[in-house]
Design a protein around this ligand. Structure first.
Ligand code: G6P
Ligand code: MN
Length: 443
């Protein structure tokens, strides 16, 4: 079985390869093709993978190429984990927004829109190539903003593209842990858009245990989301929001913390990874990864007085390589797993149309991921989901037709951008910062 990884020179590829190395079952991946536009990064990561494979006799063979078509031909699965504009691009996404006094973040708000405007045309091009060269392949999209990018690709690949994120799984595991439940046995009622979802229940043996958590002040304050959002707010919501909702519910504090920080997250990672790529080795990759995880969402935590991330919570963050592998296995071996994924909702969320990609529990088998019908969202959540989906649709229109007015609308209609004037300035700032946005420049 052949897996192609687009963005094969990326920092998280050793995580994925490490997970593959632990899989010895029949039908496992035997060949990995790494694709990247940067040959130097490809060499660096290939070297790390070689170190990882050293003592593993059945390690999947690794092949690297800078030719997209070559990488796609013959692929059974394609993981897409690209970063258009690199971390320097991410740092600019954050900086331009913060300079306007609005949230500058990888996937949320103005930063996420800029990232989407840069990424969608590239993702669509990849989807077209996959359709032509590997029409039977399954595409697993990690590329952020994952929901939006998955929707862009689904217009060309239908349900053969599935978006993934590790944050709902991490949240589910944390909630299960504090409730003393086995996450593998629990049914997790989580729904929304990517990085914009709510855990509304956790059922064990048909019984919802979430009310017990909400009623227990000590338990509720004992894990990441309790500290981040505060127990009062969780009780008011009657649900546990994804960590990324901190940017909405505590926007002012988050923006302030980001503006006061010495460096944005992207700038921090850029420095950190520059030293890894300069002298790549498994040991330096592993150190860098641990530091990266330990500092994840540090600004938000600081802004809310949540302090350092708890060791137990730290263990439960991340793991996106496990989600990817679980999905791939369920499809390849018809294992029938239930996973929270980004797929076209087909009416599962009544406030959105059938083609809207949502993040939702899915039954997965050899025929792909099938969204489960879930209870409707409460009005406040429906409102956010509908506005952000409308923003995503403006991004897709802008990216498809090079429409500047749609791009302005995307920024202006986002709930975290508070003025049309600011939206126009954001677009000007981003087109000046990113060569990839030349298609939106004033004619
Ligand atoms: C989580 C999210 C990803 C996101 C990452 C950012 O894993 O699910 O979508 O890209 O965090 O982490 P970073 O260390 O890059 O700030
Ligand atoms: Mn994610």
């Amino acid at each position: 079985m052949r897996l192609t990884i687009l963005g094969g020179g990326g920092f998280r590829v050793p995580l994925v390869y490490g997970a593959l190395l632990g899989d010895h079952a029949e039908g496992r991946v035997t060949e990995v093709t790494l694709h990247d536009v940067d040959a130097g990064r490809l060499r660096a990561v290939t070297g790390v993978l070689t170190e990882q494979a050293k003592d593993v006799p059945d390690a999947p063979a690794v092949h690297a190429t800078t030719e997209l078509d070559e990488a796609l031909r013959g692929a059974d699965f394609v993981f897409s984990a690209i970063r258009v504009g690199g971390l320097a691009g991410r740092a600019a996404d954050e900086r331009v927004a913060l300079a306007e006094g609005v949230l500058g973040q990888e996937t949320v708000g103005a930063g996420g829109i800029a990232y989407g405007l840069r990424t969608v045309p590239v993702a669509v091009d990849i989807a077209r190539r996959v359709r032509e060269l590997a029409p039977d392949a399954w595409v697993i999209n990690f590329t952020n903003p994952a929901g939006l990018v998955t929707e862009a690709m689904s217009r060309h690949l239908g349900d053969r593209v599935i978006g993934i994120c590790d944050s709902p799984v991490g949240l589910g595991r944390r909630v299960a842990r504090v409730l003393g439940a086995d996450p593998g046995e629990a049914w997790i009622d989580y729904v929304g858009l990517n990085h914009l979802g709510w855990l509304r229940g956790l059922e064990v043996n048909g019984r919802d245990e979430l009310p017990r958590l909400l009623a227990d002040e000590k338990l509720l304050g004992s894990f990441e989301e309790g500290r981040l959002f505060g127990t009062d707010w969780l009780r008011s919501l009657g649900a546990i929001p994804n960590e990324y909702l901190h940017y909405y519910y505590f926007n002012r504090e988050a923006v302030r913390a980001y503006r006061e920080a010495e460096r944005t997250r992207g700038a921090f990672l850029l420095d950190q990874q520059a030293s890894f790529y300069a002298e790549p080795s498994y040991a330096s990759w592993d150190r860098t990864r641990a530091e990266r995880e330990a500092t994840y969402m540090a600004h938000n935590r600081e802004a809310s007085g949540a302090g350092e991330r708890d060791a137990a919570d730290l263990e439960e963050s991340g793991g996106y390589e496990k989600v990817a592998l679980a999905l791939m296995r369920a499809i390849a071996r018809d294992e029938r797993a239930t996973l929270i994924l980004n797929v076209r909702g087909r009416g599962a969320l009544t406030c959105l149309d059938d083609d809207a990609v949502v993040e939702i529990p899915c039954l997965v088998d050899a025929n792909g991921a099938h969204p489960v019908r879930v209870a409707p969202l409460p009005g406040h959540a429906m409102g956010l989901v509908s506005s952000v989906k409308a923003v995503e649709r403006e991004v897709l229109t802008a990216a498809e037709g090079g429409s500047r007015s749609s791009a302005v609308k995307a920024f202006a209609l986002h709930p975290l951008v508070d003025s049309v004037t600011v939206a126009r300035r954001l677009l000007d700032g981003y087109t000046a910062a990113h060569p990839q946005l030349a298609y939106l420049a004033r004619k």
